[in-house]
Design a protein around this ligand. Sequence first.
Ligand code: NAP
Length: 287
Amino acid sequence: MVALGSAREAAKEISRFNAGSSVLNTAPEPKLGSFSKHNMFDLSGKVALVTGGSRGIGRAAVMALSERGAHVLVNYVSNEAAARETLDAVAQAGGKAELLQFDVANGEAAEKAIAEAAKRLGRLDILVNSAGIAIDSLLLRLKDEDFDRILAINVKGAVACSRAAIRTMMRAKTGRIIFLSSVIGEMGNAGQTAYSASKAALLGVTKSLAREYASRGITVNAVTPGFIDTDMTSGLTDEQKSAMLTAVPLGRTGSAREIAAAIAYLASDEAGYITGQALRVNGGMYM
Ligand code: NAP
């Protein structure tokens, strides 16, 4: 329980913070006809960090951002071989990326690694919070430690990384934060109470941070993927997969690249007037 005095102090601090908003419109209004197909969604000169960039959606996001010119920091927790494969793929495509290993669940280590990288590179423009885990279980069998682990990685980890990124972005008065939520956070799923809770939490985080940092030129959005072909879904049985696909009007799984395209869009200057939103990329599974 928060003492009344400290709650009052916090309220005063929040209103002082809101009143201090000096940046109302950081993105210059594009001139008519200034968007050519060659420079739309260009990220040249920007620095991006993708947590969980070693595999799956994170790897595809690394590719999409680096293909558009960003220098990308590729975070992973333990699978260095996969992270190196991502780096090789970036290099082959002519892009720039480097590894940044840390466990997002270790908030202190994550914040330190991000602050040091941002200082060394002189900026951090884009943060994609893709690191995540799923541990499926019926509620009656759900272990507290599994629930805690999911929240520690999927929610607290993403918040810690965002805190570190926002410190740098506030100084630059511009930034993009993108969370990987999920269709499961929106519609729920039997056997995924903990995962669903974590992904729904990210939608609340997205909206709160969007309101808190809009005046500092930082947009905060979420992507809510549907059923995407990655290691995370590879353990599903054929029966589970076909049951899920009956709920998808487009009748197929999505690819990591299709999610990455939405991420790259939200990271771009062209998405400068979008904040606090959840972009659904789910084949129509939830409307
Ligand atoms: P994935 O293929 O299982 O990859 C998970 C990634 O997260 C790996 O890069 C892994 O690193 C990293 N990671 C896990 N724990 C970490 C930690 N503690 N610290 C740092 N990195 C950590 O997963 P995915 O399918 O690409 O999913 C990416 C995100 O999209 C997740 O947040 C997931 O919940 C969300 N999502 C996925 C789907 C889907 O159908 N696949 C649908 C909706 C939402 P290592 O390689 O080092 O293990």
